[in-house]
Design a protein around this ligand. Sequence first.
Ligand code: SAM
Length: 284
Amino acid sequence: MSADGLPPLREVIAAHGLSARKALGQNFILDLTLTARIARAAGDLSACDVLEVGPGPGGLTRALLSEGARRVVAVEKDARALPALAQIAAHWPGRLEVVHGDALEADVTGLLRPPVRVVANLPYNVGTELLVRWLTPPDWPPFWTSLTLMFQREVAQRIVARPGEDAYGRLAILAQWRASPRIVLDLPPGAFVPPPKVSSSVVHIEALPEPRFPARAATLSRVVAAAFNQRRKMLRSSLRGLAPDIEDHLARAGIPPTERAERVSLEGFCALSRSLDADAPQPG
Ligand code: SAM
């Protein structure tokens, strides 16, 4: 038995035939001291509901419950993991609810009582897509108070990057506009079974009560997507598709038209978004 009174994860995986599937991005963490460190990086869980995405055999789920989460709602796509997760739910009665589904489609916010912390070790593409969704709702504050998420290290660096750095781009701006991201843990490939090709990092993101600068989420997303899609081009050319008089908007935002996206601050992109909205207000 492990310290939490449940079987070791290797036994769970063998008993339920949970051989890792590449198509589901399955790289499991079997070391419960490591999953405990990730759970602790999410902050004090005792008064929180936790949304976990991709629990798999349940290593992180068990850590979240052991670390005192009030309740965990876990969304898993792979039906093979459900019996192992049911065993965990039975061990902590009333504290784990498992939803079988695709996290990109299932809306489970109705099952969660605030404050909510989100914790996940997800495949890279699903994690980035969910991160962008969680960061860009029209209204703020969002349903979550923090996100603690595993990424490829290179993606983690893009989330915390500052202007002028190579990794600075859309993810940095969206993550730093209304939240505060930091890398809290680095993991080598050997921390996972099977080991992925690259190193990983856990990023912890705390929601701010208000955005650092006013802007509409949809406009800011559009502006930074266009700006960084052609990051080496001057903004007057990369942003031409957004408005015929883009040079006037850049001037109003105090950004030289010959500037490149990687050197523009978050404040500058927000000012540019406001200028575009002032001319063409749009709902949502
Ligand atoms: N949390 C476990 C751990 O840390 O060992 C498993 C992590 S594994 C990297 C990713 C998990 O996400 C797998 O269990 C996989 O089946 C699940 N998954 C992949 N895509 C998903 C999706 N779209 N929605 C929900 N779960 C998904």
